[in-house]
Design a protein around this ligand. Structure first.
Ligand SMILES: Nc1nc2c(ncn2[C@@H]2O[C@H](COP(=O)(O)OP(=O)(O)OP(=O)(O)O)[C@@H](O)[C@H]2O)c(=O)[nH]1
Length: 371
């Protein structure tokens, strides 16, 4: 048995899915409205022989749930349900109404059931093959039951052979509508899966374009865009930002002594370590080789120096000897704070110069730009 949670959808509907859902709901409702009009017309023409109770049942039984249905769909209250269009219950209510009207007709009986075909096509956008076929067979059985009741209560004016023939045609057409509808629906679903795969692939391509292969960090191209954006904010007086140019020390020696594989491993490990060490809004990119840059929004020189120093000390504790790798790999860093009006190249050059100072003063240290 399904719990309320089972009826909840795994993901939220997108705006266009909600729009589609509303359009579908209105279409189902217009079938109901058409049937009410048809029933009233047949009754007014004297073709429909229904007692007041079943007549009112058809009209009210379609109008009241119809309005509730409209409200639920229009207000998006079903949006998180497993089947937000409520296609099956709506189709079942309509089918019962068709059958009641059919019960009150004689020669024109089949006309009351004609709207069942467009209804089947409509719900085929929402129901699977099994649901559609079940609906078609249910309608066929319902039709038989309705015939039996009509025979029992007021007799059949058409010959039983003609009635049986009409029933047979109705069943065959219903089943073929259900099969065609589910085929179209299958195509639609496959298309949706392909579209999703395409969207995922596009997302991956976008990701590849902005990320470094080895470490998964942002690449040079993307961090330059980030820097231009930060420059725009800083020039607009929103907040300052700083950069920190980081270079692992004696990295060539690691490659030479432990092999390129270990070199790569150290680079990846550094990327993970530094990312975990940064604040939520900071950025980290690999500029190439063993060079990295941190972009620290809302940080002045002192703040950036603190962040770089914390990273240097933390990273300095890492030791790979237990895995037969290199001992500690230190880093040198140069920090610079953006000066409004300067170019990003000028900012990076100042941070690079501070890094040069750190290297030339013995490495394993953080230096700030020289004023
Ligand atoms: N394993 C690995 N090594 C790389 C990668 N990119 C660059 N390198 C190596 O990193 C080393 C950088 O060496 P150098 O520029 O001399 O710098 P260093 O040895 O770190 O010396 P200092 O920076 O002066 O402390 C070179 O040997 C490059 O081949 C990479 O993706 N993977």
């Amino acid at each position: 048995m399904k719990t309320p949670d089972d009826w909840r959808r795994v993901r939220r509907l997108t705006v266009s899915e909600r729009r589609l859902l509303r359009r579908h709901g209105r279409a189902v409702l217009s079938v109901a409205a058409l049937h009410v009009l048809l029933t009233l017309l047949l009754w007014w023409l004297g073709v429909l022989q229904l007692a007041p109770v079943p007549l009112v049942t058809v009209v009210v039984g379609l109008l009241v749930p119809g309005l509730v249905y409209l409200g639920l769909i229009e207000l998006g209250l079903t949006a998180e349900w497993r089947e937000p269009s409520l296609s099956m219950p709506a189709a079942l209510i309509l089918l019962v109404a068709f059958l009641i009207t059919g019960f009150g007709l004689d020669e024109a009986r089949i006309s009351a059931l004609m709207l069942f075909f467009p209804l089947l096509l409509l719900v085929s956008f929402r129901l699977g093959a099994g649901g559609l076929l079940a609906l078609a067979l249910l309608a066929s059985v319902g039709y038989l039951l309705m015939l039996a009741l009509a025979w029992r209560y007021h007799g059949l004016r058409l010959s039983p052979t003609l009635e049986a023939l009409q029933w047979l045609v109705f069943t065959l057409v219903s089943v073929s509508f259900a099969v065609t509808g589910s085929g179209v629906n299958g195509l639609r679903r496959r298309l949706a899966v392909k579209n999703q795969a395409l969207a995922d692939a596009l997302e991956q391509v976008r990701d590849l374009a902005i990320r470094d292969d080895l470490t998964g960090l942002f690449n040079r191209r993307h961090i330059l865009q980030v820097l231009e954006h930060q420059k725009g904010l800083a020039d607009g007086g929103i907040y300052p930002f700083s950069v920190c140019y980081v270079d692992l020390d004696y990295f060539k020696a690691i490659n030479d002594a432990f092999g390129h594989g270990w070199g790569d491993r150290v680079l990846r490990d550094f990327a993970d370590f530094a990312l975990a060490d940064l604040r939520g809004g900071d950025y980290l990119a690999r500029l190439g080789g063993e060079e990295f840059i941190m972009v620290l929004p809302q940080s002045n020189l002192e703040g950036a120096e603190l962040a770089a120093e914390r990273l240097r000390q933390g990273w300095g504790q890492r030791d790979f000897r237990a895995q037969n790798g290199p001992p500690k790999v230190s880093l040198s860093a140069g920090v610079a704070c953006y000066r409004p009006g300067e170019s990003i190249d000028q900012l990076i050059a100042r941070a690079d110069h501070a890094l040069y100072l750190a290297k030339s003063r013995g490495r394993d240290r953080v230096c700030r730009e020289e004023t």
